[in-house]
Write a protein that binds this ligand. Structure first.
Ligand code: CO8
Length: 372
């Protein structure tokens, strides 16, 4: 029985932040910090902080801009985080609100009504509470049948959830699945860290997965194969978690936010990605030049260019591996899905594409898709 992705949706948050705005705020913080610690810096007890720059950010990452759910607080050198007021338990949670917007769009593009969905998976790097699941809240709001759960595999949450959705349909526990990725990365960025203050943005995406036999969508993508891989590494890490409050001395230390060894990640992940994709292509009896499109994880433009070059050689058009991180930045699990959503309409029946994520864990998830 073939399983297809039959719908997609994208919710773009209302607020944008350019590199220039972000750098101006960071540099104001640097001036303030260096002035406050001038004595210790002069004595050599503390290092002075250095400025960030838009040129570095764009060259090192390809990022020019990002969207955030809440801009208040982020650019204020005294605050440097989004100020997101807590909502009452009776109100819709922020992640459910974003996820719902993307989910409604995905249902419409799949020509489905919400009650026809019987599994909702919310898959993202962080959920805003431990329980009840955001997915169950969305299930209730939409009026979906069956069951719902949240899952987290950092950047590979979407691709791993698609694998879970396919498995649930093939195994008979669900017939139509919504995979929703509401990412509020801005809440986990250390805006006082020069190495990472620019990396992430917020977004929500949604995909519908169902069997080809019951699909009513005008365009769908058969999942020819999926492959998931993990290998433990602490090089991309957040120590945020439910035990934090049990050690009050370190509960708010910077290691409770996103941090990484970016260079090491670059060096270690790339060979893993090549090996993973080679293995998958072998299993499916395909060669990489069969792909019309690569919807790649959107963390770093240079990293993606390495992957594209390795798979397809030098001479490929920008449309072969579309870039969305220039406007959205890294949106954790949602990046490759944004690329899929925005760059799938021109795929003709029979065209092959690769949806692939790579990131923290380490984790790699890839799906070979055929337009039908
Ligand atoms: N402005 C100016 N200069 C800077 C800045 C800055 N902001 N930052 C660093 N520099 C300087 C450094 O000091 C260094 O100077 P020097 O050479 O004198 O020491 C120089 O620039 C080069 O620094 P780096 O080696 O750090 O720079 P790179 O060229 O390696 O680029 C990147 C840094 C962009 C971080 C790059 O290494 C990268 O992107 N690597 C890939 C990492 C990756 O893909 N990570 C995935 C993370 S996402 C993920 O897995 C999801 C996690 C879950 C979601 C989290 C939500 C918050």
């Amino acid at each position: 029985d073939s399983i297809v992705i039959s719908g997609s949706g994208l919710f773009t948050p209302p607020n944008g932040i350019s590199n220039e705005e972000l750098v101006a705020s960071y540099n104001a913080y640097v001036d303030q910090y260096n002035a406050e610690h001038a004595g210790e810096i002069a004595m050599g007890h503390l290092g002075a902080l250095a400025y960030s720059s838009s040129e570095f950010i764009e060259k090192a990452s390809g990022i020019k801009h990002r969207y955030v759910m809440v801009k208040d607080g982020i650019l204020d050198p005294e605050i440097m985080m989004p100020l997101i007021p807590e909502r009452s338990p009776e109100s819709l949670s922020l992640q459910a609100e974003m996820g719902l917007a993307a989910a409604r769009m995905a249902l419409e593009s799949a020509s489905l009504a919400a009650h026809e969905i019987d599994l909702v998976i919310v898959a993202c790097a962080y959920t805003q509470r431990a329980y009840p699941a955001i997915a169950i809240e969305i299930q209730r709001e939409l009026g979906c049948a069956g069951f719902a759960y949240d899952m987290q595999v950092a950047c590979s949450s979407a691709t791993f959830a698609l694998a879970a959705a396919r498995g649930a349909i093939l195994g008979g526990s669900a017939s139509r699945v919504l995979v929703i990725c509401p990412e509020i990365c801005s809440a986990q960025i250390n805006y006082r860290d020069r190495d990472s203050h620019f990396i992430f943005g917020d977004v929500a995406t949604a995909l519908v997965v169902e069997s080809a036999a019951q699909c009513r969508a005008p365009q769908a993508f058969e999942i020819l194969g999926h492959k998931c891989k993990t290998e433990f590494s602490g090089n991309i890490r957040s120590n945020f978690g439910f035990l934090n409050r049990c050690d009050p001395a370190s509960a708010h230390a910077p290691d409770k936010l996103f941090h990484q060894q970016g260079r090491k990640v670059f060096k270690e992940l790339l060979p893993m990605i090549y090996q993973h994709l080679d293995g998958q292509l072998d299993e499916l009896g395909l060669t990489a030049n069969a792909f019309k499109r690569l919807w790649l994880h959107q963390a770093n433009i240079n990293m993606n260019q390495f992957v594209v070059k390795k798979l397809l050689g030098e001479e490929v058009s920008p449309l072969t591996a579309p870039v969305v991180l220039d406007q959205y930045a890294n949106t954790a699990s949602a990046g490759s899905v944004i690329a899929f959503h925005k760059y799938r309409a021109d795929m003709q029946a029979g065209d092959l594409g690769l949806l692939c994520s790579f990131g923290a864990g380490y984790s790699i998830g890839s799906l070979v898709l055929k337009a039908i």
